[in-house]
Design a protein around this ligand. Structure first.
Ligand SMILES: Cc1ncc(COP(=O)(O)O)c(C=O)c1O
Length: 482
């Protein structure tokens, strides 16, 4: 039954939320009968409308090239929608050194414990490691727990990170989580602008001289695999743990198409579960618990997860994460290969058509991303905003040679190809998309002229590939083998 309030005609019906807020006091004076309840009901209607509009706009009308976002399959979405009760529950407690449930402080865990254990087992198998923590609610949370845990166990508050402008995430930086929340002193890796990568020789000297407790790799602008194996020995010598932040590239690692950090000598992988790994928003930490050194570190990281930084662990996302592990096992290689291929095709095409795509001497990228210098067209902010008007959504980005303080108006844009690849874009579609981007960037057409063409192109792709269409399809598929 419709609530009586929603059927009541309201004098505010025609106003948008911003007008309501701006004119709220005045309107109340003009219409003495307006109460706080009127505002509440109007805001709820506006909220529902904005939500529906968002779903249509970003899901159906835009082409999404934000490199840090993922696209879930229909089966994964369905799995999330099944977890209505689970999404309301708690499972605080401790885990074993295999990443399984040891003790829970709440009753009612009859099925929650197997769910947590199954998801942990699926991820350990997929990434070929012996320990995982799935309780993190985001990639930033995974970094928080790992950096804090390791700084406690090493009693060392120095951490080596890529410079922010060269791709580190804000959570690695002294101005963000690492420095401002955990109190770590961050020291920059040396960075080679020609290679668009960490300089292993110079960084080895920095590690030797500064003797940090943590050496990090990985980042948000992440075009080429980082020199992990080159820096393992010196990191071990000074007693540092290596943390590889795979937030952007976890799906590519799962598909075997990027570096394999744990095999190269990284001690921990931290990650989001919703970028190239196309799951629900959440976080994860992976490692091997096979040495005393690692077991000590893992215990400290686990302590940082619980009780230091979690209470509820957003349980409702976990079965969907497990399902993504299956999708990545079956389709991850093909998806990762095509994602990287699409990024390289776009790099080549945009470069040939006059854009300054970074890394041309190295094939532009080995990941899902491109970095493009658009200073000649007004800078990253201007270009990203113009493309947005054409319904092509990407973000401005600092480039490795930018002034770090220039975050508001950096030289570059970052373009990610994981979403369009999962929708089925192949070479011709990618080049078509690049033409539309060039039309806007080079002012060949106005953004509103291009918007219709973008929506037409988007409409051609009606499926999400490299995954399952429904939970039933998963059951039928797996049932054949189980
Ligand atoms: C390298 C890196 N680490 C961590 C994060 C944070 O992840 P989350 O948004 O899941 O907190 C990001 C976000 O984009 C990232 O790029």
């Amino acid at each position: 039954m419709k609530h009586a309030y929603f059927t009541k005609p309201s004098p505010l019906k025609t106003l948008g939320i911003n007008e309501l807020i701006a004119k709220g006091g005045k309107l109340r004076e003009e219409h003495g009968r307006l109460t706080m309840d009127d505002f509440f009901f109007e805001w709820i209607l506006n909220l529902i409308e904005a939500t529906k509009n968002h779903e249509k706009y970003r899901e159906k009308e835009c082409i999404n090239l934000i490199a840090s976002e993922g696209l879930k399959s229909p089966a994964v979405r369905e799995m999330l929608s099944i977890c209505q009760d689970l999404e309301s529950r708690y499972a605080e407690g401790t885990n074993t050194l295999e990443g399984l449930v040891k003790e829970r402080y709440y009753q009612g865990q009859k099925y929650i414990t197997p769910i947590e254990n199954l998801v942990a087992s699926l991820l350990k198998k997929l990434f070929n490691c012996t320990w995982v923590d799935i309780r993190l609610v985001s990639g930033t949370h995974a970094n928080l727990a790992t950096f804090k845990g390791l700084s406690m166990v090493t009693r060392n508050n120095k951490m080596i990170v890529a410079p922010l402008r060269c791709g580190a995430h804000i959570s690695h930086d002294y101005t963000g989580l690492a420095g401002s929340i955990i109190g770590l002193e961050t020291i920059n890796h040396a960075y080679d602008l020609d290679e668009l990568n960490i300089d292993p020789d110079k960084s080895a000297t920095i590690i030797e001289a500064t003797r940090p407790g943590i050496v990090t790799f990985g980042g948000s602008l992440f075009l080429f695999p980082h020199p992990v194996k080159e820096l393992v020995e010196v990191s071990r010598e000074v007693g540092a743990y290596i943390v590889y932040d795979a937030a952007h590239v976890l799906g590519l690692i799962a598909g075997g198409q990027f570096q394999d950090p744990l095999r190269e000598g990284a001690d921990f992988i931290t990650s989001s579960t919703h970028k190239t790994f196309p799951g629900p928003q959440g976080g994860v930490i992976l490692a091997n618990s096979d040495t005393e050194r690692m077991r000590e570190a893992i215990k400290s990281v686990q302590h940082s997860v619980f009780p230091l930084s979690t209470s509820n662990t957003h349980l409702g996302r976990l079965p969907a994460v497990g399902l993504v592990a299956l999708e990545m096992k079956l389709f991850g290689e093909e998806l990762a290969k095509q994602t990287i291929r699409n990024a390289q095709i776009a790099g080549e095409y945009l470069y040939e058509n006059g854009l300054k795509v970074l890394g041309e001497n190295k094939g532009f990228t080995r990941s899902h991303q491109l970095a493009i210098d658009v200073q000649a067209y007004g800078g990253g902010k201007v270009v990203a905003e113009k493309l947005e008007k054409a319904n092509i959504i990407l973000n401005k980005n600092l480039l490795p040679y930018d002034d770090q303080r220039n975050r508001e108006n950096p030289s570059g844009i970052r373009v990610g190809f994981q979403d369009v690849t999962r929708r089925g874009f192949m070479k011709d579609d990618i080049q078509h998309l690049c033409d539309l981007m060039l039309d806007v960037i080079r002012n060949r057409k106005t953004p509103s002229q291009v918007r219709g063409e973008v929506m037409e192109l988007r409409k051609k792709f009606t499926e999400i590939k490299y995954g399952f269409k429904s939970v039933e399809e998963v059951i039928n598929y797996v049932g054949k083998y189980a």
